[in-house]
Design a protein around this ligand. Structure first.
Ligand code: PMP
Length: 359
């Protein structure tokens, strides 16, 4: 007899839910999960392997529970006068967000974001027993201070997740919106800057707002610009008191010593690791221009992906591209699809295949 998890004595709110499930298919051109598709440069790979090789000899011991060297390195990378006490890290920014929600959400609490937004926010929220509330965006998925403040005042959430720039739409979020939302709530305001490095070089980070705002937190990841998704390293910056709260919920030794030394080695080569960003931005803008020429409606993007409308049948488009060895994403917005900017060759393969479709 086969049963499903809903037949088990699972928490009621989980019955009928679906897990995160971006397809993982071994296709030659995978542009569906906003990875950096450029491989790690050889000299960096060698340094990482040397560091890991040394650390392997100490695997009989637990890792540094406070990952002090890594926190110092992240503080140095972020700048803005931050030091190690302001920094936290975990296995991907998904786990960073999970720590935040375990500490500040939970049963009888509410978490709010502005949809469409990152699909893990509701799942991470509900896993803590809290309620997810999806606010609305304006035209072209933008969000103004006035609209955000009005919605926050109505819902009065304990945690607000602002994705800046937003996934899956690519939309930038002006700092005045973040500051206004902070003033409109006494809850925690999380700015998820997973894609920050792909924004224009003169665009300010929410890190500039941290001073004097102890309920504000800015999360980042090494998965996108740093081309380090497989290593699972995300981090955040906040007031040291906020970091103390996260120590209550993390598992002891949650960052393995292999992860710590690999991330440290990658950070030593930050410039090399980030060298592909300008090229990816170039490919992103080429995607937008070509989509427009093909009659689709791309949205402004400050990320490494493009959301586009005007897709008559997203599922048929997904399948037709799949058959041509190209994986993009149906994000569930009717008439829309999302594609990550790849290398020049991958991007060309996608654009040529899309142009060849006969519907
Ligand atoms: N935040 C946003 C907005 C994302 O798009 C993603 C990954 N798709 C993450 C966080 C999580 O990334 P990771 O766990 O790899 O750091």
């Amino acid at each position: 007899m086969t049963i499903s998890f809903s037949d088990l004595p699972i928490r009621d709110e989980f019955r009928g839910m679906t897990p995160y499930g971006a397809p993982q298919a071994p296709l030659p051109v995978a542009l569906n999960v906003n990875e950096n598709t450029h491989p790690i440069p050889d000299d960096v790979a060698t340094d990482i392997v040397d560091s890991v090789s040394l650390a392997v000899r100490d695997l009989n011991r637990y890792p540094d529970r406070e990952f002090s060297l890594l926190r110092e390195a992240f503080a140095g990378y972020l700048g803005h006068g931050l030091s190690a006490e302001n920094v936290w890290a975990a296995n991907g920014s998904n786990e960073v967000l999970q720590h935040i929600l375990q500490a500040f959400a939970g049963p009888d609490r509410t978490v709010m974001g502005f949809g469409p937004t990152y699909s893990m926010y509701p799942l991470l929220t509900q896993a803590t027993g809290a309620q997810w509330f999806a606010g609305e965006r304006g035209p072209d998925f933008s969000l103004t201070a006035a609209s955000a403040v009005a919605q926050v005042e109505e819902v009065n959430p304990n945690v607000i997740l602002l994705c800046a720039p937003n996934n899956p739409t690519g939309t930038p979020l002006p700092l005045d919106v973040i500051a206004a939302v902070y003033d409109a709530t006494d809850g925690i305001v999380v700015v998820d800057e997973a894609y920050f490095e792909f924004a224009p070089h003169d665009a300010p980070s929410a890190l500039t707002l941290l001073d004097g705002r102890p309920r504000l937190v800015v999360s980042r990841t090494m998965s996108k610009a740093f081309a380090f998704a497989g290593a699972r390293v995300g981090y955040l910056a906040a007031d040291p008191a906020f970091i103390d709260a996260l120590r209550l919920v993390r598992l002891p030794y949650h960052l393995s010593s292999l992860t710590q030394v690999a991330a440290l080695a990658a950070l030593r080569h930050a410039d090399t690791m980030l060298a592909t960003v300008d090229n990816i931005v170039e490919q992103r803008d080429r995607i937008s221009a070509t989509l427009t020429a093909l009659g689709y409606r791309p949205y402004e993007s400050w990320t490494n992906f493009v959301l586009f409308g005007g897709v008559a049948d997203p599922q048929a488009t997904f399948l037709a591209l799949y058959e041509r060895g190209i994986l993009i994403r149906d994000v569930g917005i009717p008439g829309h699809m999302r594609v990550s900017a790849g290398t020049e060759e991958e991007t060309t393969a996608f654009l040529d295949a899309l142009a060849s479709l006969e519907f």
